[in-house]
Design a protein around this ligand. Structure first.
Ligand SMILES: Cc1ncc(COP(=O)(O)O)c(C=O)c1O
Length: 422
């Protein structure tokens, strides 16, 4: 197993150098970007700043960026075709958008299944769709001690009227990684469509939509070192059954028919560079054994998938260090998987509470020392309620990325301990 050259990695991210005292542990809310992403966005704004389809140079360059961004994201999620990649402002907007088309497939009395581990962006769009079409909404609960779903409960909820199952690939609150493949198989067995929220998983794991077997999967490049955008992958055969809500002159072809209005071309240029960043990690930094795990792919697709596993192997010891440090502090409770041997079942998004301390006060004390963490419900209204944490102000959420270091974790643990002892 090769060791990540953390100095080389950190040198790619100008934000880390421009605030040398800052510890960026706010990653579940959004990550810093490598220089190559910033350069690509700047270049687009200087040399390709035009709308699409024109008979002139800058427009042709913009056309190329848009087309290459689809190809890049097809590599990232292992889509069969770039026609399956739909860009939008963010995951929430895309989910509201596609829910309007998906809802037309259903009739009154049909059932959908959500879970209470979700970010609200994978709840509210479906509740409104259900209201508009008279659908029955059921919830798959997670176990409050294991922080996992009991998939036998899913079997109990699925019926021949279940039309859609929506769940997260990884939770932005508990950090649990869910078994997206098994859930997809179970949902398909009753003929339901499957919508996977991969926003929190995407920075920490390789995504293969064909292996998962879902119908839709959403992620947000700004959570994986790219610009502020959302990306929806939809299985082509399923997308073709949907009526796109679009303006009349817009193309009827995939994916254009679902990409309403003018997109942020500079962000799409940034997305290409983001995928190229992972390509560089997987090609030049990871050793052969990581690429060998993905020998069914080649080129950038292989490198990107290898990179995600390589970076995860760097993150896991940091996650262990953080969790082990937290659970030994008096009164501290980590709301997620803490077993040292089960850390591959979670992403490094770690939520905790400390008896007698408001999450906001802890986050503020850390913020005052330039350690950036989140507090509150972070829109994970369902899990925060399920765990009874809303009244106490939610949780403190510390989220690692592969540019964090063991020294940063030590500094953070020391600062938390000092605040709790004060
Ligand atoms: C799990 C999860 N789903 C959805 C979202 C919403 O993403 P976006 O900001 O792209 O709408 C977030 C954002 O934090 C998230 O963590």
């Amino acid at each position: 197993m090769s060791v990540l050259d953390i100095d080389l990695i950190r040198s790619q991210f100008p934000a880390l150098g421009s605030s040398p005292d800052a510890v960026f542990l706010d990653n579940p809310g959004g990550t810093q970007t490598p220089q190559m992403v910033i350069d690509a966005m700047t270049d687009c704004l200087i040399n390709a700043n035009a709308n699409l389809g024109g008979a002139f140079h800058t427009s042709r360059r913009a056309d190329d960026i848009v087309s290459q961004a689809h190809v890049a994201m097809a590599d990232f999620v292992n889509a069969k075709s770039e026609r399956e990649i739909i860009f939008g402002q963010n995951m929430t907007t895309l989910t509201f958008h596609i829910s309007r088309s998906i809802g037309r497939l259903f009739s009154e009395g049909d059932e959908i299944i959500l879970t209470n581990m979700e970010h609200d962006a994978n709840v509210s769009p479906w509740l409104l769709m259900a209201r508009d079409h008279g659908l029955v909404v059921k919830y798959l609960p997670f176990d409050t001690s294991s922080f996992e779903f009991d998939l036998d409960r899913l079997d109990d909820l699925l019926t021949d009227r279940t039309k859609l199952v929506c769940f997260n690939h990884a939770s932005n609150m508990t950090g649990t990684i869910n078994d997206a493949k098994t859930v997809s198989q179970k949902a398909h067995a009753v003929g339901a469509l499957v919508y996977v929220d991969s926003v929190q998983f995407a920075p920490h794991g390789a995504i293969d939509v064909q292996d998962i077997g879902c119908d839709f999967l959403v992620c947000s490049p700004y959570k994986f070192f790219g610009p502020h955008m959302g990306v929806l992958w939809g299985r082509e055969e399923v997308l073709k059954t949907l009526e796109p809500y679009k303006v009349r002159p817009a193309s009827d072809a995939l994916p254009d028919c679902f990409e309403t209005g003018t997109l942020s071309h500079e962000s799409m240029a940034g997305v290409i560079a983001t995928v190229d960043y992972f390509d560089w990690v997987g090609r030049d930094l990871a050793d052969d054994s990581y690429r060998a795990r993905y020998d069914r792919f080649d080129g950038r697709r292989q490198h990107v998938h290898a990179a995600m596993e390589y970076l995860t192997d760097y993150e896991i010891p940091l996650t262990r260090q953080l969790i082990d440090g937290l659970v030994t502090m008096p009164g501290v409770k980590v709301h997620g998987i803490t077993n040292s041997n089960a850390l591959s079942k979670r992403v490094p998004t770690i939520s905790f509470t400390a008896e007698g301390h408001k999450p906001r006060d802890i986050a503020q004390a850390l913020g005052d020392q330039h350690i950036y963490v989140w507090d509150g419900h972070n829109y994970a209204v369902e899990p925060i309620n399920h765990l009874g944490l809303m009244e106490g102000g939610g949780v403190v959420r510390v989220g690692l990325a592969h540019y964090n270091t063991a020294e940063e974790i030590d500094r953070t643990l020391d600062a938390i301990a000092a605040h709790l002892a004060a």
